[in-house]
Design a protein around this ligand. Structure first.
Ligand code: NAD
Ligand code: UD1
Length: 357
């Protein structure tokens, strides 16, 4: 067994897939989640997929007493921090809720990590921190700016992590900037389970395909793109999950190397500090291209209409994934067709998501 990892938000969409990847890679995990946007059923299904019970704590990252308890009960190598709220529209309506949960929650977690001298963190950041990019593909040195409270909360946490790395050189802080995560586990057992009518494209398309929603509205067909619709870098959630394993593996081997340098010379051990990394495929796909691919895979008609642009949307966004390839030895492997196929399987097998009633 390798090292023990605390996975905050591990019951959620990306967290649940990452738990499986971590287990397969030999990491021991403790999941910490308040189930505000997930269900116990997701944790049960992960347990059945990996064939052993999950060490699960139902709790809020702002509950520092409970966090302390968990840190004193376990010796963690590090934390993967998924816990957070993620709906852009809701963040505009309820900014205090978003800053409290995402920013104060992260500060609370970092304080407890510092107390227990656990200073290795992988944080769920987002391509949203790049705002409307001037240059494509977007690399990690691109300027950052955000226009909505959700994005601002991610950017604020990134700034906090940067300040922390400057203040104390023993922190290793890796914000992974996700592009557009889609897809589901190939078993069809776990996937994305939006609470309400989906805001994001892929779950909306799959609910139209299965007949739960009647028609997709495509927000704008006058963008300067291949067919006028928005272009995004869709990445399969299992590839994304592997990206987290690659980040931890990288950190472990970096620290081992530093320890051996320290043992064999008078040089002091150094940390990686603040190291942001994009997780994307490097390829853009338009909304219409995704609709066509999904329709082909599912053999369903997907009716759509063009409507006006959605406020805050940008024309095109796709990653330079070179840093992840060079540093983490990680590359996304799965295609748009795989993403559609796995989403469709999850949708058909779980028309009501985790709601078994
Ligand atoms: P999700 O909502 O499915 O998972 C987040 C999990 O965190 C949920 O299980 C929720 O119950 C839990 N949680 C929220 N607040 C908490 C708190 N205060 N204490 C404890 N648990 C809490 O979302 P996801 O899609 O899996 O996203 C995971 C992370 O990745 C989020 O931080 C999100 O902002 C970020 N992200 C997601 C996307 C995306 O498109 N899904 C893109 C970029 C970044
Ligand atoms: C959105 C958020 C982003 C967040 C990400 C993941 C906004 C402005 N951005 O990104 O901050 O990190 O989700 O949660 O909300 N589309 C349609 N019809 C739909 C839904 C989407 O045409 O019903 C189009 C959009 O206009 C866009 C593309 O599909 O061009 C992708 O949209 P979406 O899945 O919401 O992701 P982003 O907008 O990239």
């Amino acid at each position: 067994m390798k090292n023990k990892i605390l996975v905050t938000g591990g019951a959620g969409y990306i967290g649940s897939h990452t738990c499986i990847a971590l287990h397969q890679a030999g990491y021991e995990i403790v999941v910490y989640d308040n189930l505000s946007n997930s269900s116990r059923e997701a944790v049960n299904r992960v347990a059945s997929l990996i064939g052993q019970p999950i060490d699960f704590v139902e709790g809020d990252i702002r509950d520092t007493d409970l966090l302390r308890q968990v840190f004193s009960d376990n010796q963690f190598f590090g934390v993967i921090h998924f816990a957070g709220l993620k709906a852009v529209g809701e963040s505009v309506a309820k900014p205090l809720m978003y800053y409290n949960n995402n920013v104060s929650g992260t500060i609370s977690l970092l304080e407890v990590m510092a107390e227990y001298d656990v200073k290795n963190l992988v944080f769920s950041s987002s391509a949203t921190v790049y705002g409307d990019p001037e240059v494509l593909p977007i690399d990690e040195s691109s300027p950052r700016s955000c226009t909505n409270p959700y994005g601002q909360s991610k950017l604020t946490v990134e700034h906090i992590l940067e300040d922390l790395a400057v203040s104390d050189e023993s922190w290793n802080l890796i914000p992974l900037r996700y592009f557009n995560p889609v897809g589901a586990h190939p078993s069809g057992q776990i996937g994305e389970d939006p609470n309400d009518i989906p805001n994001n494209l892929m779950p909306y398309i799959s609910q139209v395909a299965v007949g739960k929603l009647s028609k997709l509205s495509i927000f704008g067909n006058d963008y300067p793109t291949i067919d006028g619709t928005g272009v995004r870098d869709f990445i399969h959630v299992t590839d994304l999950a592997q990206g987290h394993v690659a980040a931890l593996d990288y950190l472990l081997s970096y620290l081992e190397q530093q320890t051996s340098i320290e043992e064999h010379s008078s040089n002091k051990k150094s940390s990686i500090g603040f190291l942001p990394i994009n997780l994307g495929t490097g390829t853009g796909t338009s909304v219409l291209e995704l609709v066509t691919a999904f329709s082909k895979v599912s053999e369903q008609d997907i009716p759509y209409q063009f409507v006006s642009r959605r406020a805050g949307d940008i024309a095109s966004c796709y990653a330079s994934a070179d840093k992840a390839r060079d540093l983490l030895n990680w590359q996304a492997k799965l295609s748009i067709s795989d993403m559609c196929q796995d989403t469709w399987r999850w949708q058909k097998m779980n028309p009501n998501g985790y709601n078994l009633a």
